[in-house]
Design a binder for this molecule. Sequence first.
Ligand code: 0RA
Length: 685
Amino acid sequence: MAKEKDSKETKKSDYGSSSIQVLEGLDPVRKRPGMYIGSTGPDGLHHLIWEIFDNSRDEAMGGYCDHIEVALLPGNRIRVVDNGRGIPTDIHPKTKVSALETIMTTLHAGGKFGGEDSGYKVSGGLHGVGASVVNALSVHTKVIVHRDGGKFEQEYTIGKPKAKVKKVGASSYRGTIVIFEPDIEIFKTIEFTWNRIVKHLREQAYLVKNVRITTIDARGYDKKIDTDSAIYLKDLGLQVPSQSFYFEGGIISMVAHYNRDHKPVQKNIFYVEKQYEDVNVEIALQYIDDMVTNIVPFANNIYNPEGGMHITGFKTALTRTINTYNKKNNIMKEAEGGFTGDDVLEGLTAVVSVKLPEIQFEGQTKAKLGSPEARGAVESVFGEAFSEFLEENPDDAKTIIQKMVLALRARKAAKAAKDSILRKGALEGFTLPGKLADCQSKSAEESELFIVEGDSAGGTAKQGRDRRTQAILPLRGKILNVEKSRIDKMLASQEIKNFVIALGTSISDTFDLSKIRYHKVVIATDADVDGSHIRTLLLTLIFRYFKPIIDAGYIYIAQPPLYKIQQGKKVFYTYTEDEKNQVLKDLGIHDEDISEGEEEAPEEGEEIKAKKVPGVKIQRYKGLGEMNAEELWETTMDPTKRILKQVTIEDAQEADKIFDILMGSDVPSRKAFIQSNAKMANIDA
Ligand code: 0RA
């Protein structure tokens, strides 16, 4: 903590305890924790840290604090320290208790929620309700405040003060220390993820420049740590993991970090920070020599994976500014038709961060910013500043626009190719592919399409299926040779064309979900490298071109069993390692009965592994091809017995990312990915 400085005090003298509004007690938080922290799973658990950290971060954004430390302590405790003004400890006129107590025990209370003259007004909306929520969900909380020459403290048990705020000594420091232990009754399992905390805090350090953010993982430290008197634990020199972040450049550093392994097409990173009415807009961007777009949106320092109003405004202004500049300077006549939104996004890395007093998100999560005023503010601030940037950096403007011309040409070529494919009616489904063994039913609702790997698995599945409702489409193994996803290139692959025709929906402009021929599309590839490649490719294709099918819940992944266990006439299929062990136990078989080694030497190319147990045969399946038709039906296709995993957008997104790494032009990432996955060689989507 820093020594107390007078200059900090005078900055907001009216910001004492009187601006704190009082709302209600904490019972609702314990009754419905999900309402306040999103969930009581790992997300909610980590949210507690962000919530306490946010208060310190807001102090930093107000210019009152420049070092924050988040420590993981033994016994599931978290400790957050800052060198800000310290939570006021004087008596609140309305409640007659100290401001500290009010902030810690009253819902929605805190300087940040006060009136016009309260501190930096940034809260995360619904979930930004602060320290009292964390207090309510913790078995034990302690706050230590250094302020006004004294050291004060108060402790709480599930949100209730154990005693009044006490002055426990003198102090020449300023700042706040909060230590809390989440309540196991609420969270069931308490497991903090170090990497997740590091990632979040690094992101925050970019967003709040010139603030040092330290984190330290002292969970495994076996001697006592004096968490009451120590200030920053990092200074104690404990031999435990720690990280420290400080970025002078803020989001400029963030863009540079994202682009670190890429060739930039512009020399100078664009940057603007400006207030527009109530909205603060901060944007940094740089184009790289690649096709991918990476726009990273934040609203009040909360990441918005689905974008929202700020991103809409950003894209509008970007397209308009580029087209205006190009027209005026006539860099590329070819672009007379104008660049589309897609043309100007290729190869763009941008961080768009807005801050606004009354924030609204769309839907239940904070994934998408809803506040309409953010749109106009970004459009105006960014449009003006980016236009200026282009004028002032004509070399950068030229290389950026040249890159966009490439995108425009590729787009036009792809459209021509696609149009010709579509015109030929190749996808209209008049002629179903010969490889498809269709089902008899014409009702999509009851029909299922199984996509299997290779003709041999296709043959088995054809014999094993219920031909009335189940169709089989075998795909040839090596279909991965699809270049980066221009639609014409995708459709040049016969295997993919077969899949699209079998679906019946067509693709792109002519896509029509209502024409889908199966309400269950089941990807049933093997559990080996090739199998996961094909699965990844299919999920990527579906994610990029058939997202509504995922949204409709029609895409599934088959879950064939891992083991077949046979004892005499009894047969058990088990789908997990645990299940297998349970079955063996039920059969009265113990570990010592199982000897290592193959029961029968596997033939070449065959992957049956067996363990020796007298009288019992344990067979491990590696692929569907190892099963006969009856087994395949019983374990994987029979609707009354099989397990299907419904694919979510997140699964598909993940596959898309992996696909990008495997197939994309980002060579360093691909190398890193392949190296780090070489052992497993199993890209599970
Ligand atoms: C209310 C008013 C003031 C500061 C704070 C809250 C405050 C809260 C937290 C939580 C963690 N660290 C914090 N630092 C400050 C302003 C007090 C003043 O005017 O001096």
